[in-house]
Design a protein around this ligand. Sequence first.
Ligand code: NAD
Length: 473
Amino acid sequence: MPDATRFYVDGAWYQPGGCETHAVINPATEESVAEIAFGTAADVDRAVAAAKAAFPAFARTSVAERRELLEAINAKLIERNDEIAYGISQAMGAPMALAKGAQAPSGPQHFGQVIRELDSFAFSEKLGTTTVRHEPIGVCALITPWNWPLNQIATKVAPALAAGCTMVLKPSELAPFDAVILAEVMHEVGVPKGVFNLVHGDGVGVGAPLTSHRDVDMVSFTGSTRAGVAISQAAAPSIKRVSLELGGKSAAIILPSADLETAVTKCVQGVMDNSGQSCNARTRILVPNDRYEEAVTIAVKAAEALKVGNPDEDVDLGPVANKTQYGRVVSMIEAGIREGATCLTGGPDRPAGLDRGYFVAPTLFGDVRRDMTIFREEIFGPVAALMGYDSKEEAIEIANDSDYGLSGAVWAENREEAVAVANELRSGMVHINGAGLDSAAPFGGYKMSGNGREWGRYGLEEFLELKSVYGAS
Ligand code: NAD
């Protein structure tokens, strides 16, 4: 496995002294696959100092130079796709097919998109005699989770580099290997020393000192809403920019005109993808009350058709990513049962034949009420709630009844009708009739799902300051 006991700072690897090491656990076997070192505030200081020293020169590089670096990084990531996929699967349990076909390629996908943005992005604009300059914000702390590890790293590192920023990356301590490979790639292609720095560790030892650091100009964070709140508070005294991509509790509205079989099946498969560990999973599936029983039958069939098992085999779902997550998902399922929802399939017990590893059966609940924990809280596991509604207005009201506002879906025969409903949803993204994500479009949420936007030119703008130069011409 890539060596996560070293840190990459100022263009070189070093073995940190005096810090703890922890095992990285494969969630399918519950066995250690490698060790990771947890850095301290001293490692953060060293990395931030390197990024700060590198910033003035890197900020002055031309767009063409930065574009060339991004292309070189992208090519190497593509070459190392399978190795990256293996590291991700070993650390967080994604089936190898998903890891190779979606998790690892998401890195080059975002690097490629940012390269395309650079072809048209105007770093300098004229407003009469005023010039508006888009300048790199400075030293960035990039903090990422474990569920789509390289995806979230790439959506930060690629635009930060494109903008001319320097950075310290702290990836998830639970899935660190793709970040190590990325650092190797950065070194190989000659990213100037200090521009990209990698420090491993947890939220307390590395995340907290990074986010409160006086010399960090911006924090770009993806993770839980709980940590997002802590980071906002830690960053507040230094007024640094904080861009947050947080949790979700999204809804799919299946309108009466939709093809119920297709819509319900796709909704269930969508929730279960990556064992339910996607922030934008549409975990509340809303169907017309007069077709509720029919929808239940379709949903149960779709969930029971999914194969759960060892990520190395031909399965739809691997385990959930770690012991904490497993305990959380099981306790949420138990809360659903305790609070009176009907468990339609799945449940808290391990799927048959899997007595080791953090495996959870695809679980569906019916008769869900809005005061239930499984309606209100993000579960981040293969669990969905089916609910009935009487009118379109009620469906919209239920969908919007959440502290979160990340994603949503609408299914209808008539696209105009679907768009009208999509426009009423208080969320940052809505998928109509199963349309996929678009890496040029902004990714991010309303309400407690965050305040930032990633992907495409919107992600690039997050890493830029605006300067008005009056009387420039
Ligand atoms: P987490 O918040 O526990 O950890 C995320 C990262 O933050 C890790 O690197 C962790 O070490 C670090 N961290 C934790 N506490 C910190 C603190 N106080 N200060 C600084 N850093 C800290 O989240 P997780 O369990 O790794 O990921 C799952 C969560 O991420 C879910 O809530 C999910 O919805 C969310 N997520 C959101 C998006 C999005 O784009 N909106 C994408 C993926 C995941």
